[in-house]
Design a protein around this ligand. Structure first.
Ligand code: HEC
Length: 113
């Protein structure tokens, strides 16, 4: 009986561990306000806002970010694709998860949500 209880407890523990560490990159229903906007604010806006924005690319609000996304330059730059300047300039590449989330947001129709 005791053995059964122990087995049940370790069984549950394992399930929890899988949920916690399985896949923590959520690309379903990526929201502009919760995911994309903070990502761009933290990594890009320091260089890409105002009159003297680097490369003439402004990324300080939804309209500016969606324009860069529509042109293909946003993904080209953060994915370090050939033919685009690699961004964020002077810092390490964004995580694979962040890049996937940007791609998912574009694929889901650039929602301002
Ligand atoms: C330290 C300053 C700096 C940061 C931080 C930065 N950029 Fe840039 N970015 C530049 C400069 C300078 C250029 C223009 C010169 C060039 O293309 O290298 C540029 C160009 C670009 C371009 C045009 C690229 C092309 O080839 O058409 C895009 C798109 C872009 N940045 C997006 C981003 C995004 C998205 C981030 C954040 C993940 C970011 N940048 C972070 C400085 C920066």
């Amino acid at each position: 009986m005791l053995l059964l209880v122990i087995l049940t407890i370790t069984g549950c523990y394992k399930d929890n561990e899988e949920t916690l560490y399985g896949s923590d990159c959520n690309t379903d229903n990526v929201s502009f306000s919760a995911t994309i906007s903070p990502l761009i604010s933290n990594n890009c806006v320091s260089c890409h806002s105002g009159e003297w924005a680097s490369g003439g690319i402004r990324l300080s609000n939804y309209n500016e970010i969606s324009a860069a996304a529509n042109s293909g330059r946003l993904v080209g730059a953060i994915s370090h694709e050939a033919g685009f300047s690699a961004m964020p300039q002077g810092s390490s590449k964004l995580s694979d998860c962040s890049i996937s989330q940007v791609e998912a947001w574009i694929a889901q129709g650039l929602l301002n949500n």
